[in-house]
Design a protein around this ligand. Structure first.
Ligand SMILES: [Zn+2]
Ligand SMILES: [Zn+2]
Length: 186
């Protein structure tokens, strides 16, 4: 069961209050059954702004609805404040403040929250060399530390896939917070 359009309007109001200080002007939220490759969309031309969501998509992935609505609301906020309609720095900054990690809202890219970042770690089991890759390597690679000159099958790298990410602090404020929580050192 997906929320009714009236419920969507309430969800909009709640998210607007929670993440935007109520700064987003009224938007009309509705389903559009004709969407085929997009989970959500915002149209800036009319008043109020129109946010449309794909009912088909959310019947399949009910958990993604709030995230998608929030994504469109970041667009509405950027537009209301800066007349900015893209996925640029303003969008990304606000998006992160809202707890979203990915700018994508196309169907093929919408995944449950937390799975959108996929990374591979290649690790040498002999010397513990590690390197991070966005993609799985398409050809054999060997440890560049164990054999600096050439590919050497004696030093293969093991592929580890990062299945989930957990934020454990941020490098400026989070560090201090983490230190505060730690027992005092004597
Ligand atoms: Zn977008
Ligand atoms: Zn090595």
């Amino acid at each position: 069961m997906i929320p009714s359009e009236a419920d969507l309007q309430l969800l909009f109001a709640r998210l607007n209050y929670e993440h935007f200080n109520g700064e987003i002007p009224d938007c009309r939220i509705r389903y559009n059954a004709r969407f085929s490759n997009s989970a959500g969309r915002i149209t800036y031309s009319g008043r109020p702004l129109l946010i449309e969501l794909s009912p088909k998509h959310f019947q399949k992935y009910p958990g993604a609805l709030e995230e998608t609505l929030l994504h469109e609301m970041v667009h509405a906020w950027c537009y209301a404040r800066f007349r900015d309609t893209g996925h640029g720095p303003r969008f990304k900054k606000k998006m992160r403040q809202c707890g979203l990690t990915s700018i994508y809202h196309d169907l093929g890219n919408v995944r449950p929250f937390g799975e959108s970042v996929k990374r591979y770690i290649l690790r040498c089991e002999q010397c513990s060399f590690e390197t991070l890759r966005r993609k799985r390597p398409g050809k054999p690679v060997s440890c560049p530390r164990c054999d600096k000159r050439r590919f050497n099958p004696r030093f293969p790298l093991t592929i580890y896939e990062v299945m989930g990410l957990e934020a454990v602090g941020n490098t400026v404020d989070g560090l201090r917070a983490a230190q505060k929580g730690a027992p005092p050192s004597t």
